[in-house]
Design a protein around this ligand. Structure first.
Ligand SMILES: Nc1ncnc2c1ncn2[C@@H]1O[C@H](COP(=O)(O)OP(=O)(O)O)[C@@H](O)[C@H]1O
Ligand SMILES: [Mg+2]
Length: 453
């Protein structure tokens, strides 16, 4: 469990997102509070519910981006979904309970991976041991000292020496390409099982899953002829699978989901519908109604058992231009007590977004051109002009927020980018004059419309 303070979290977010300090603080705090809760004893611990948050702001101001970055920072089980993906229970499509099922799946994967890497060294040692055995057997040598015909001391010593020398050759990667015959479980266990169950409805799963598992355990050893480097991978995987207790993986993962899961529901405002806008048969309100118990706290059946949602943190986000948060079902509104308004972005913000974040567009383009041996320098007034153009286009056409910067940048750099391979060593200066020159041609309304990305 990560133990970062709100200050540290905000600082991390600052590396990628300009401004929006209220949102950063609110989210950082919500995460910290969950960690605090976990340090409490019962019954206090159960009593404290999550403080779900609603992020409100126009499009392209960083709502999704903040949460996406946060997801990478927190070690908590995390899932981001689009509200528009769901249909009411009973209709074709994803029902909202699939959020919890997906969260459980991804957490189980994660915990499984953690366990696998914990046992990696041990698994590797066991795999090497087996590999030595296979190689010896293949060369017609008895693979161990317990062989029946090893009567004399000399014979035994010889085998031991042989083992040592094969082990050394393996260690020095001298045998990587030689083909070796190994015996493996005919299925690669857990990973193939996960592939098997993903993409099925949960009813289907439980039945077929049991069948699959019984087949799996009944499956016999299979002989494979593969290069040593491949054999090492397969055997290590198999040994690791033996060392990891899958039941414990499931228990731990479900525990983590219940105690510290975070679900981000993007475009939650799209669930505000009047009449049949949302889709042919489906009403956004119906989806809201389905969502309610999950946000309030319910038990959801997953293929690994019931998952309680009482302490899962929900973060909703939306532009709320056509409807306000108050247009959500009252009970659902009540479940998102914290509201954070995102500020709309101005020209100065655009300048900072273009240049400051670790992944700033100006840095990205410079790096990309660098691969063609073309250097590109943005002057201050050049960046300012790009920001100004983006801002003006937002005002004159549709407001896309910072997303507009992508289109403008692409347009400004189109020619440089296209010609770059022909002009290695060339040095470009992108200043205000250059930006204006490149953008002049888009003033016809037809061209402007191409910018509505
Ligand atoms: N405050 C910001 N700081 C840095 N980049 C931003 C900011 N707001 C938006 N962006 C950029 O614009 C893109 C779209 O933002 P996003 O977060 O998806 O918008 P929305 O608020 O509609 O969810 C992001 O990928 C990011 O590159
Ligand atoms: Mg978004």
């Amino acid at each position: 469990m990560s133990d970062s303070t709100p200050t540290q979290t905000v600082k991390q977010l600052d590396r990628y997102i300009v401004g929006q300090i209220d949102a950063k603080r609110a989210l950082a705090l919500a995460l910290r509070e969950r960690e605090r809760r976990l340090k409490l004893e019962e019954p206090m611990r159960s009593e404290i519910g999550p403080k779900n948050i609603l992020l409100i702001g126009p499009t392209g101001v960083g709502k999704t981006e903040i949460v996406r970055r946060l997801a990478k920072l927190v070690e908590a089980p995390f899932l981001k979904v689009e509200a528009t993906r769901f249909t009411e229970v009973g209709y074709v499509g994803h029902d909202v309970e699939s959020i919890i099922r997906d969260l459980a799946d991804s957490c189980i994967n994660q915990v499984h991976q953690e366990r696998m890497s914990e046992v990696q060294d041990e698994a590797q040692a066991a795999a090497t041991e087996r590999l030595v055995g296979y190689l010896l057997k293949q060369s017609g040598e008895p693979s161990s000292e317990e062989g029946t015909d090893l009567k004399t001391v000399q014979q035994r010593t010889r085998v031991r020496r042989k083992r040592t020398s094969v082990a050394r050759a393996l260690k020095n990667h001298e045998l990587e390409e030689s083909v070796v015959e190994i015996e493996v479980e005919s299925d690669e266990g857990f990973s193939s099982m996960l592939e098997f169950v993903s993409g099925m409805g949960s009813d289907e799963v439980s039945e077929q899953f049991n069948e699959f598992m019984s087949n799996l355990s009944a499956s016999r050893q299979k002989v494979k002829r593969v290069p040593v480097r491949e054999a090492r991978r397969i055997l290590t995987q198999e040994e690791a699978n033996k060392l990891v207790d899958f039941d414990r993986v499931v228990d731990d993962a479900i525990g983590r989901v219940e105690e510290s899961g975070v679900v981000f529901i993007d475009e939650i405002d799209k669930l505000i519908t009047r009449g049949a806008e949302y889709g042919a048969d489906v009403s956004g309100e119906g989806v809201q109604r389905d969502l309610l118990p999950i946000v309030e706290g319910a038990s959801v059946a997953t293929r690994y058992g019931m998952v309680k949602t009482d302490h899962i943190l929900f973060v909703g986000a939306g532009a709320f231009t056509r409807g306000r948060p108050a247009d959500l079902l009252p009970e659902l509104q009540g479940r998102f007590p914290l509201r954070v308004e995102f500020e709309s972005l101005g020209e100065d913000d655009f300048v900072r977004i273009l240049t400051e974040p670790d992944n700033a567009l100006v840095k990205q383009y410079a790096a990309l051109m660098g691969t063609e041996d073309v250097s590109i320098e943005f002057t201050e007034d050049g960046v300012r002009e790009i920001a100004r153009m983006a801002y003006t286009l937002n005002e004159q056409t549709e407001n896309l927020g910072a997303r507009r910067l992508y289109g403008v940048m692409e347009k400004v750099l189109e020619e440089i980018s296209f010609d770059a391979p022909q002009q290695p060593g060339k040095r470009w200066i992108v200043d205000a004059a250059y930006v204006r020159e490149r953008m002049r041609r888009i003033h016809t309304s037809d061209e402007v419309s191409r910018f509505i990305l």
